[in-house]
Design a protein around this ligand. Structure first.
Ligand code: FES
Length: 189
């Protein structure tokens, strides 16, 4: 979903990757997760069940907040593929978290078109407001700030993605501040 209104984006409550209770939880294949895996695998011919690897990793992340090495092994076992092949998928796509992150993950585009319209400044403003380095997470576990490659919305630069789902456009300092304020107050509810 894409928006150029940070308040509207926040009002749609970008969902955290995993609840507090499950974030970073044990990497075993629960009954619920197995059911979800099976639904994904059923979309492909039996000999091509490995095609479900991205979906299975997304399910792991939704359930546990990130994809651990143990979870990669679990997915590899389930799909009958080498662990390294699963790890290659996890590390190729930046929507997969390889460690626990904040409840709200910001991916700020710093590719050239966004750079030409203050993408780097947007990244630095967020880091400064939150008191973190790029890639860091706030002490309260609420926000993680990362830079990202082109998000495919160059005309709306500078842009950022919230929790891998919500595209926010024209993110100057004021709009960034508005978004931070709304998300912080949501987190208190
Ligand atoms: S360069 Fe930022 S969205 Fe394309």
């Amino acid at each position: 979903m894409r928006t150029d209104d940070p308040k509207a984006a926040a009002s749609r409550r970008p969902s955290p990757e995993g609840s507090k209770e499950t974030r970073g939880g044990p990497s075993f294949l629960s009954e619920a997760m197995e059911k979800r895996f099976a639904r994904e695998v059923a979309k492909y011919p039996p000999e091509q069940k490995q095609s479900a690897v991205m979906a299975c990793l997304a399910i792991v992340q939704q359930e546990q907040g990130f994809v651990s090495a143990e979870s990669e092994r679990m997915v590899a076992d389930y799909l009958g593929m080498p662990v390294i092949a699963v790890h290659e998928v996890t590390t190729f796509y930046n929507m997969y978290n390889q460690q626990p992150l904040g409840r709200f993950k910001f991916n700020v585009c710093t590719n050239l078109p966004c750079q030409l319209r203050d993408g780097q400044q947007a990244l630095e403003h967020l880091c400064s407001r939150l008191g973190v380095e790029e890639g860091g997470t706030t002490a309260d576990g609420l926000f993680t700030v990362q830079k990202s490659e082109c998000l495919g919305a160059c005309a709306d630069a500078p842009v950022m993605l919230v929790n891998d789902r919500e595209m926010c456009s024209f993110m100057g300092n004021q709009r960034l501040d508005e978004l931070l304020d709304v998300l912080a107050s949501q987190a208190k509810e």
